[in-house]
Design a protein around this ligand. Sequence first.
Ligand code: DGL
Length: 271
Amino acid sequence: MNTIDIKNNPIGFFDSGVGGLSVLKETLNVLPYENFIYFGDSENAPYGIKSAAEIKRLTFNAVDFLLKYNVKALVVACNTATSVCIEDVRKAYKNIPIIGIEPAVKPAVELHHEGSIIIMATPMALSEGKFMKLLSKFSATSEIHPVPCPELVEFVESGIFSGPDLESYLKEKLEPYKNKKISCIVLGCTHFPFIKDTLSKLVMSDTYIIDGSLGTANHLKHKLIENNLLSLKDSYGWVKVHNSKNNSQIIDLSYKLLGITNDRIYRRDII
Ligand code: DGL
């Protein structure tokens, strides 16, 4: 395949479910002329309470699925899979750029002036060595509280983004910090940006809520430029969503989360 053909190949995105769509959504603004193939493994979600070996096995399955579409770059849009096995995936597939995502601790530390930082993520992402390293780098200067929220993934997978059950779950998680000044909450799981509006109603108005989506989208762009892989097109690309659940509800939820309503801009099913 010549270089021009490769540049026109799609970019693969993967997550344990619909969460990585929060990263893809941001990426559509940063790279509007690219084509994207998304694979959500909702049948096996949540990953965050599984063993590292099982997460690695599922991640390799998902990556192999995307590679069949000749993707020119791959985004592991899942903090949990990134923390468990991104280096193994990079070692196995050296010929394409592979981008991961990790909790945006550094931007949170840079943003915050006074008060502490909460990191909401899956239990696995918060217990892996990669996160421990990140934490030890910043915990001397900032008070950082990791808060595992495994059930939040299931709210999002079920299409629940607001309502009393979600609010009481979040309140319970925040209860231990109610007398502390919280300067920033880091959404360290790609499912969580979809509940940001509900969360923001429960915290002080000067608490920042941040995630790693834009940083990941910009990093992907940078890698495409560095590897001379940017699309040469100047018309909008397409997005195709696959899901291991393979039913219309999850596919419809996926396009709804992406905010793709205008078929003139993104054609959905051309593959
Ligand atoms: N969306 C994933 C993450 O960013 C994992 C959610 C899960 O399946 O537990 O960590």
